[in-house]
Design a protein around this ligand. Structure first.
Ligand code: ADP
Length: 509
């Protein structure tokens, strides 16, 4: 099949969170299976250009509209590993993608609406006929509507459209006038069965438009699919999602098994085995590897070299991730005789400021390190060095960090929500078979919940080394690679393409 992703992120060149990881891992697996994959991204000034090969101008001039004006764009092509990448560089007076950041700009809606329009303009002018246009979250969710309402009548043809919801919280709400700028009819879009926001009837909801217009919608875990169909988890869109239930499916994300592999991870001081079957000798090497990385990270972060468990959290510091519970976990870990490493990113927010204060307060404490930054290399080292990884999220569509931690032999402590329910199984309370149980879990996102799980984990680490080693090995034995998810995506792609062919035949007869 020929699959084209149109997206705002791609790991590792333009990654904010899991969305970028998913497009990278899924695309690589699809290429491995013999499919053609192209990824269209904005040409951000903050892309990691050093990771791109063969970057060149593919088309110097491609004009598109923004309201009543026309603007030129340059189209670039590049390769990254086995992936074909197309980058769009607008020559627009607003310098949409020269802001040193991927999101967080006051005109994000206009930036990504413009990008969505020019991406389709490019496919149309190039007469590309993909089997699937796969779009992701609100930044590119307008594409199925743009395709049907504007570009289809101009002659662009694709097999079908798929929208993946990585996070339902962000929906892209705006005035209908924003849609007019890219050639859609904003007033017409403002109806309950199209894009009208359920809470603010004068606003358009771009993600809702994606749900209404896409041929198929996936979410990133089966359990998150169940949650978003309810009033509690639907972020206002549960009725829309229920209405389109027959085109929804939940596919558990994978992680890229080469990028996240302690056996070959060049960010580590010492690489170590993770694959099953894990015999005594291999596991001894795993323990030695983790010990070497632990020593290194402690030196690097000026922490004491002591026989204490390291609890960690690598996260964006946003409300979703339970920052108040992360703070509580730091206090509790110190109280229980452990060490804590937090690698948290999100500049320019009050949550960030709170962690800056905490960092100052704990400055002299050599059992804790708080790094307020986005640091890929340090993240890899921390996954390898730590004993436990805490994820006290208020909601978590899939969550990749627990899967990465498991692969690095680091035991997750997770709140039971979203994809965490599909991937972390409590060693003491789960009804799963013993060899699958891989962590500690808690139900309620409060201090008592954190204590219940964290205390059990620290006690086990201190008093029952055999049980602890079993936990580590159970976690490392699980295969979270894209080998499982990619065929599920392919099955959905094939279903869409078949449906689209049927519809075309019907229309022609
Ligand atoms: P989300 O997409 O909501 O941020 P996920 O768990 O799906 O959460 O994915 C998070 C990804 O981003 C993981 O690969 C994680 O290692 C990475 N990450 C999160 N915060 C940081 C950080 N501060 N520095 C480096 N990597 C980070």
């Amino acid at each position: 099949m020929h699959i084209i992703h149109i997206a705002s992120e791609l790991a590792p060149i333009a990654k904010v969170g899991g969305l970028g990881d998913v497009i990278y891992g899924l695309s690589k697996e699809l290429v491995k299976l013999g499919h053609t994959v192209e990824i269209i991204l904005p040409k951000y000034d903050c892309l990691h250009y050093s990771k791109l090969e063969d970057l060149k101008v593919e088309q110097l001039e491609l004009w598109t509209i923004d309201g009543s004006q026309q603007f030129n764009n340059t189209i670039w092509s590049a390769k990254m590993e086995n992936l074909q990448i197309t980058l769009i560089e607008p020559h627009h007076p607003s310098y949409f993608f020269s802001r040193g950041a991927i999101y967080g700009q006051p005109d994000d809606i206009d930036r990504f609406l413009y990008f969505s329009r020019i991406a389709l303009e490019y496919l149309h002018k190039k007469q590309k006929t993909a089997d699937i246009l796969h779009v992701h979250d609100w930044p590119t969710a307008i594409i199925p509507a743009l395709y049907r309402e504007v570009f289809y009548s101009q002659g662009l043809r694709v097999g079908g459209t798929m929208l993946t919801i990585h996070n339902l919280e962000h929906q892209g709400k705006c005035s209908p006038l924003n849609l007019n700028r890219i050639g859609l009819n904003g007033e017409q879009a403002l109806s309950a069965d199209r894009m009208q926001d359920p809470y603010s009837p004068t606003l358009v909801n771009i993600l809702k438009g994606g749900i209404a217009y896409a041929d198929h919608i996936t979410t990133v875990s089966p359990n998150y699919l169940k949650e978003i169909l309810t009033p509690e988890g639907g972020c206002g869109l549960h009725l829309t999602l229920q209405k389109h239930r027959n085109k929804l499916s939940g596919i558990l994300n994978g992680i890229d098994e080469h990028f996240w592999n302690p056996e070959v991870d060049h960010h580590l001081t010492k690489e170590y085995p993770t694959h099953a079957p894990m015999d005594v000798e291999k596991f001894r090497m795993t323990l030695q590897g983790k010990a070497a990385n632990r020593k290194h990270v402690r030196t690097h972060l000026r922490m004491d070299q002591s026989k204490k468990p390291i609890v960690t959290c690598v996260t964006r510091l946003v409300t979703q991730k339970g920052p108040h519970l992360i703070k509580h976990a730091i206090d509790r870990t110190l109280e229980k005789g452990g060490q804590f490493i937090l690698l948290g990113s999100n500049h320019h927010s009050s949550i960030h400021d709170e962690f800056v204060s905490l960092q100052k307060k704990l400055a002299g404490n050599r059992n804790v390190a708080i790094q307020l930054d986005k640091d890929e290399a340090l993240a890899h080292l921390i996954y390898a060095a730590a004993d436990m990884f805490i994820i006290p999220s208020l909601f978590e569509p899939c969550g990749l960090t627990q899967m990465i931690a498991l692969r690095y032999g680091t035991v997750p402590i997770a709140r039971m929500t979203g994809g965490l329910v599909d991937t972390v199984f409590d060693i003491d309370t789960s009804n799963k078979p013993a060899h699958i149980r891989n962590g500690y879990t808690f139900d309620f996102p409060d201090a008592a919940g954190v204590n219940w799980a964290l205390d059990r984990a620290i006690t086990c680490w201190k008093t029952d080394i055999r049980k602890w080693h079993n936990l580590m090995q159970n976690g490392m034995a699980i295969d979270f690679s894209w080998r499982h998810a990619a065929p599920e995506y392919l099955a959905a792609y094939q279903k869409i393409a078949k449906m689209a062919t049927r519809n075309h035949l019907k229309a022609a007869s």
